[in-house]
Design a protein. Structure first.
Length: 321
């Protein structure tokens, strides 16, 4: 067993063990949960005794939560460790609305074998993240993926005309906090969590936020975000099937590709980021960032690749443009 302390090995070798399982779940927003299958709560540092961790804060691992785990499959080499966690949905622990909002997507999970008689004697058996989460009948079932899951991600460049970078990432290098490219304001009119209406966005022309991002900074949906499908001046009601945009209107409507999975109320603080449609022209003229463009705008199209010499015309080997 890798990473097992001498104290834990001695406890297992004694033949009379007092072991239980403990899990910690850490969401991307920093909220942490502790669970145990023991019959009483346990408290120990959720990390800190492991050689690669520095967090020594005590964490409560709650009993009676109904959380269990199926057998853990582990292997040597680069094989992916996996298991599943089963549990009951509870307002005091994992709530259905938070799962629906995606707050547990990709959450970090750790699993220990713990000597409940002396919690300092424990072994970090598994470390990974939540995968697919299913809900039914007031319970949830979550797939747990090991650290080697990240090695399954495809790597390398994609040769295509549009830019492959995300606005503001390490490849793009554009500072999205530059004045004129971001805006914080309170939500005004909201329809189905997908349509956001504002009286006006002074200083930002229509379509400025198309392909951009809305991030919720306060309220029940804090931390959630969505991609902007359309930014236009609008008359009439919010939502699909509204009237044709009018250039002289002072009302702006931002439509997301899909609804946010939590309730956004009037007055909640929003952060808007300008949109990029991945074209070289936009990169140069809107962001003045053509030097970092990550696409290949001069790649010949399919028609050019499939073309063949003809009896008529110029077959000099020169440009076909």
């Amino acid at each position: 067993m890798v990473g097992v302390s001498e104290a834990f090995q001695s406890h297992v070798a004694s033949g009379l063990t007092t072991l239980c399982r403990c899990w910690s779940v850490t969401r991307s927003d920093g909220v942490r949960f502790g669970f145990t299958d023991h019959d009483r709560d346990l408290v120990f540092a959720g990390s800190g005794t492991e050689p690669d961790e520095g967090d020594t804060a005590d964490m409560l691992f709650r009993a009676g939560t109904g959380l269990t785990a199926r057998s853990l499959q582990q292997a040597t080499g680069l094989a992916v460790d996996n298991t599943e966690a089963l549990g009951a949905l509870s307002d005091a622990a994992i709530r259905e609305d938070e799962i629906e909002a995606g707050r547990f997507d990709g959450a970090e999970v750790r699993c220990w074998l713990v000597n409940w008689a002396d919690v300092s004697v424990r072994w970090l058996q598994f470390r990974g993240s939540f995968g697919q989460i299913r809900r039914a009948g007031g319970a949830f079932e979550a797939e747990l993926r090991g650290l080697t899951e990240a090695l399954n991600q495809p790597m390398g460049r994609i040769y295509q005309k549009p830019c492959t970078a995300v606005l503001g990432d390490s490849a793009c290098r554009f500072d999205v906090t530059t004045p004129g490219y971001a805006l914080e304001l309170a939500a005004e009119d909201i329809h189905e969590g997908q349509y956001f209406g504002f009286e006006d966005l002074p200083g930002f022309e229509p379509n400025w936020f198309t392909s951009g991002r809305i991030t919720v900074l306060s309220g029940a949906a804090k931390g959630l975000w969505g991609w902007v499908k359309q930014d236009r001046q609008q008359v009439g009601k919010l939502g699909p099937g509204t009237e044709t945009p009018t250039p002289g209107a002072k009302s702006r409507q931002l439509t997301l590709w899909e609804p946010l999975r939590a309730i956004v109320q009037r007055g909640d603080l929003l952060h808007l980021t300008a949109g990029c449609d991945k074209r070289l022209k936009t990169c140069r003229l809107k962001f003045n960032n053509g030097v970092n463009y990550q696409g290949f705008p001069d790649i010949p199209g399919e028609d050019w690749v499939m073309s063949v010499p003809r009896q008529t015309g110029h077959n000099t080997g020169g440009s076909r443009r």
